[in-house]
Design a protein. Structure first.
Length: 137
């Protein structure tokens, strides 16, 4: 298996519209930091995803304070995103949270307003991360 490859998001509505081309490093990270780009394989929760990997930006790591109240998502007191435009697809789900991100968990986001990310489906465990990505442009 190749350790490095190029990644191009084929979607019309990319979750990270500022990222056009990436180098994927297929080595599971031991740790990550907020702001890192990571990718993982879609599992049964992502039946609509037709790509080999999902690419997201790490917005929160273990020990960070996550607050989701109303339509505002904050980490460590800093506003991360407002709104839940995809909530209609998650009927009956209460997105509210006020908690410390648990050990080994990551809160992942996209920067597109319609990004389907951790504000909807929760944390992604570090052990599920296949590797990191580096934006070329």
């Amino acid at each position: 298996m190749q350790t490095y490859s190029l990644g191009i998001d084929p979607s019309n509505e990319r979750c990270l519209p500022e990222v056009h081309l990436t180098v994927l490093k297929r080595i599971a990270p031991v740790s990550v930091r907020s702001g890192d780009l990571v990718f993982f394989k879609p599992d049964s929760h992502f039946t609509w995803v037709k790509t080999a990997y999902i690419l997201k930006r790490v917005a929160g790591i273990e020990g960070d304070h996550l607050v989701i109240k109303g339509d505002r998502v904050s980490i460590n007191g800093k506003l991360l995103v407002s709104g839940f435009p995809l909530a209609k697809f998650y009927r009956g789900v209460d997105f509210s949270r006020d908690e410390i991100i648990p050990k080994g968990e990551l809160f992942l986001v996209g920067t597109h307003p319609l990004s389907d990310d951790s504000r909807y489906w929760g944390y992604e465990h570090l052990s599920n991360i296949e590797g990191t990505a580096h934006a070329i442009f």
